[in-house]
Design a binder for this molecule. Structure first.
Ligand code: NAP
Length: 264
């Protein structure tokens, strides 16, 4: 295990839910939150992946459970959050990480393709946040961290559906931060750039070696670097931060052109 820059008991006593937590960044977020003391629930559609991920987390000493749901379905999400509350007795941290992505020019993007990504990324974030708020956060407070992207700040070819959905996630974050602040609920965004070795990068960019020179830090990030930003925003270290977007992309959105091979 790496030596984390954070205190190992930073989230001791807390419980977290990570959507899309069986793979890629979501699994690393679950690992980092759990590695700092939180009990962790993960959810998505594929039970085999969820089971394998929970086994991995438990082998690392993390108390982990899973629930099967499609984040587009509010009823399924509500059932999972009910189950998490029954198992852990609380839910302090919600990370909306589940997302869909594929490259397509607008000319070849069907209305259904566009809708599928908006439904998973934006409606899914709404469904999970709302269910968590209604069932727990309204009464007890907590932290929601929405995983967005950085490509919507400039726009990007082949990603019209994704930039539209992620711009919505950023906007929903600010609106819910305003509405829920008085209940002690903080809502923030982590906006990652391209992360080495993730499905997202492989699907959109293929080999991302060309990408390495395109941000000021001259390299792609790791999922751990992004998960550490989620940990910070989820923790009491960020107690006065809400409605914020923390871009974790090596500064890439400042300099990258909207090229088709820039993943998000
Ligand atoms: P990934 O490995 O493809 O993971 C996406 C996860 O979402 C999967 O575990 C998937 O599980 C789940 N999911 C998809 N549709 C779902 C649905 N309808 N209901 C419930 N779960 C669903 O993606 P990733 O590359 O790690 O990306 C994670 C997050 O970071 C996403 O929000 C993405 O937009 C963002 N991001 C990634 C990059 C990158 O470099 N990879 C860059 C910028 C932003 P099931 O298939 O089991 O449902």
């Amino acid at each position: 295990m790496r030596r984390s820059p954070f205190r190992p008991d930073l989230l001791q006593g807390k419980a977290a839910l990570v959507t899309g937590g069986a793979t890629g960044l979501g699994l690393e977020i679950a690992r980092v939150l759990g590695g700092h003391g939180a009990r962790v629930a993960i959810c998505s559609r594929k039970e085999d992946n969820l089971r394998a991920a929970v086994d991995t987390l438990r082998q690392e000493g993390i108390e982990a459970i899973y629930g099967v749901c499609d984040v587009r379905r509010h009823d399924e999400v509500t059932t999972v959050i009910d189950d998490v509350l029954r198992a852990f007795g609380r839910l302090d941290i919600v990370v909306n990480n589940a997302a869909g992505n594929f490259p397509a020019p607008i000319s070849e993007l069907s209305p259904n393709g566009f809708k599928a990504v908006v439904d998973i990324d934006l409606l899914g974030t709404f469904n999970v946040s709302k269910a968590a708020y209604d069932l727990w956060l309204r009464e007890h407070g907590g932290a929601v961290v929405n995983i967005s992207a950085a490509i919507q700040y400039r726009g990007m070819a082949l990603q019209a559906h994704v930039v539209s959905a992620k711009a919505g996630v950023d906007a929903l974050t600010r609106a819910s931060a305003i509405e829920w602040g008085s209940d002690g609920v903080r809502v923030n965004v982590v906006a990652p750039g391209a992360m080495s070795g993730t499905e997202g990068v492989k699907r959109v960019a293929g080999d991302n070696r060309q990408r390495t020179a395109r941000n000021p830090l001259q390299r792609p990030g790791s999922t751990t670097e992004v998960a550490d930003a989620v940990l910070f925003l989820a923790s009491d270290a960020a107690s006065y931060i809400t409605g914020a977007v923390l871009v974790v992309d090596g500064g890439g959105w400042l300099t990258a052109p909207g090229a088709p091979d820039s993943p998000g």
